[in-house]
Design a protein around this ligand. Structure first.
Ligand code: SF4
Ligand code: SF4
Ligand code: FES
Length: 261
């Protein structure tokens, strides 16, 4: 016999003017290896087909099932119910537009920040369809891939105090993405280009550095390291004309091994 779980989920339909937010209780028996996603599916199939939540891959890959689980953003499909107490409360991720109940629209937010930070390789090399693929050192390719593992689940944004206060804040996920382009030798953007995009209070200088983002990232991305690297690089760039060259060289060396000018 498994535990009796008491799951309370926020119910609200923002498209229905008569809808008022409330917490709805569901009770079910816990099975071995049950994830929160499985529990929610069971609720939907056996108790309440109207409960809204998102999922696609069920394997921590698509980033759809982010929600606030007992006060902490996380993925429903990667959360074992045994890791939680018997009483579980579920809320939709804040910051993102609410679709209904536990379902939010992360896609519009990520598309918007992707456009703002110009999240694509900017190259000066003319496209040649007959050219051979350019080889990249394995170590560098692995380093880029490490930062490219974001699944756009939105958990880091939901956990971020700055994003909660300022809707234009780009969040750790965007800074991490810029760090990925910064180390990519195919991207010909220089420091000034990065500074123009994220060297402001909506970017690296708005972050309060309290680590909420990295704490909740289900893919364990090194968000704080990348925030630190980009902030230091852009702060140095902003004062490059007023500190001596010799000191600048030393600080830049500490800041990042992949230099762009
Ligand atoms: S460290 Fe910065 S980006 Fe991360 S949660 Fe805190 S304010 Fe947000
Ligand atoms: S950085 Fe981590 S928490 Fe943030 S959106 Fe990407 S995978 Fe999710
Ligand atoms: S359903 Fe894809 S990450 Fe959870």
């Amino acid at each position: 016999m498994g535990r009796k779980l008491h799951i309370e989920a926020l119910r609200y339909n923002p498209l229905d003017p008569s809808s008022k937010p409330y917490m709805q209780s569901y009770h079910l028996e816990e099975h071995p290896s049950m994830t929160l996603f499985v529990a929610l599916m069971q609720i939907r199939e056996t108790q309440d087909p109207t409960l809204q939540f998102d999922f696609c891959c069920r394997a921590g890959i698509c980033g759809s099932c982010g929600m606030v689980i007992n006060g902490r953003p996380g993925l429903a499909c990667s959360t074992q119910t045994t890791s939680l107490p018997e009483h579980i409360t579920l809320h939709p991720l804040p910051v993102f537009k609410l679709i209904g109940d536990l379902s939010v629209d992360t896609g519009t937010w990520f598309r918007d920040v992707g456009k703002r930070i110009e999240a694509w390789v900017h190259t000066n090399t003319p496209f040649d369809e007959n050219a051979q693929e350019t080889r990249m050192a394995n170590a560098l390719a692995t380093e880029i891939f490490e930062l490219d593992r974001c699944i756009e689940c939105g958990c880091c944004v939901a956990a971020c105090g700055t994003a909660r206060m300022r809707e234009d804040f780009l969040g750790a996920t965007s800074i991490n993405r810029m760090a990925r382009f910064h180390i990519d030798p195919r991207d010909n953007r220089g420091k000034q280009d990065f500074y123009d995009l994220i060297g402001n209070n909506d970017g690296v200088f708005g972050c309060m550095g309290l680590l909420g983002c990295e704490d909740v990232c289900p893919k364990s991305l090194p968000l704080q390291d990348q925030l630190g690297i980009m902030r230091r690089m852009l702060a140095l760039h902003s004062v490059k004309n007023i500190i001596p060259q010799s000191l600048r060289g030393r600080l830049e060396k500490k800041c990042c091994c992949h230099e762009k000018h």
